[in-house]
Design a binder for this molecule. Sequence first.
Ligand SMILES: Cc1cc2nc3c(=O)[nH]c(=O)nc-3n(C[C@H](O)[C@H](O)[C@H](O)COP(=O)(O)OP(=O)(O)OC[C@H]3O[C@@H](n4cnc5c(N)ncnc54)[C@H](O)[C@@H]3O)c2cc1C
Length: 303
Amino acid sequence: MKTDFDVIIVGGSNAGLSAGMSLGRSLRDVLIIDSGKPCNRQTPASHNFITHDGWRPAEILEAARHEVLAYPTVSFLESRVNKASGSNNDFNVTLDDQRQFKAKKLLFATGIKDLMPAIDGFAECWGISAIHCPYCHGYEYRGQTTGVLMNGDNAADYIKLISNWTKDLTLFTNGQATITTELKEKIWSRNINIVEKEIEGLIHEHGHITHITFKDGSNQPLTALYHRPAFEQHCSIPEHLGCALTEQGFIQVNELKKTTVAGVYAAGDNSTPMRSVASAVAAGNFTGAMINHEMISEAEWAA
Ligand SMILES: Cc1cc2nc3c(=O)[nH]c(=O)nc-3n(C[C@H](O)[C@H](O)[C@H](O)COP(=O)(O)OP(=O)(O)OC[C@H]3O[C@@H](n4cnc5c(N)ncnc54)[C@H](O)[C@@H]3O)c2cc1C
């Protein structure tokens, strides 16, 4: 296999494969390296992406890989990038197995890692009935007995959003609510109960919640639970290269998807809170074009 590429894309899921198509069609030699852990891998059906609504996430990626790898300019490796070094137009990338590759530009499409709360059963239900986004999964749970796990004043806006899909709602604060009395009254005025008991776990059948249990020994029937977990970058290499992060923990990019390090780009979940397959595909598509544009700008005119 060759070792010298125009662009190496770290992360070959929705954003990375989409960028690979833009770059491959721009006649750039591209290597996509992917460690096979997209954030939505446990969800049985991915929604709200036209042409693929309801597909399994793995099916979407398989179809994407099939199309992208039809371009002879694009190569794909199932592996994990362990290290990257160098500077604009001269980057080195090392895999876990110590293989090394070179590239003029790097694109990180590495996503984020959701940090599961310390609630028994939550991780098993994640993406199935413990969900983060009403646009992705709210329709499937419309009208059902639903909880929102959140505390603080932001909970009021979030529960108002979710009440678009179901009125059978409870707010679980998992300990004393830190919500102003005014906002609590707004929540109660919508017939939404606020439960401040500490949560023990989720009883579920193959990821489908049936009950939420509390540390005081009580429980309550439940079908779905919304939660926005804390997260960290799935890959810390951009930070080691010197890329700045935003206050929220995303890779800082400008309107061209350039990070704060010359020649290094980021696209997809790692650099935006707009989290969806469609957004990641759009970001990858755009970033591929921007990288190609930079390479054209840097090239000398032929004599
Ligand atoms: C549980 C869940 C359900 C969701 N459901 C939906 C839905 O129904 N509809 C919808 O539109 N959106 C949904 N989303 C959001 C959607 O999945 C993401 O927005 C989208 O997958 C982001 O794509 P990405 O390519 O940026 O990151 P990811 O899909 O997370 O992919 C990142 C890739 O980078 C790889 N990687 C990371 N580090 C390295 C490394 N060092 N070397 C090599 N590879 C690396 C990972 O293995 C992974 O394959 C869901 C998200 C979650 C968490």
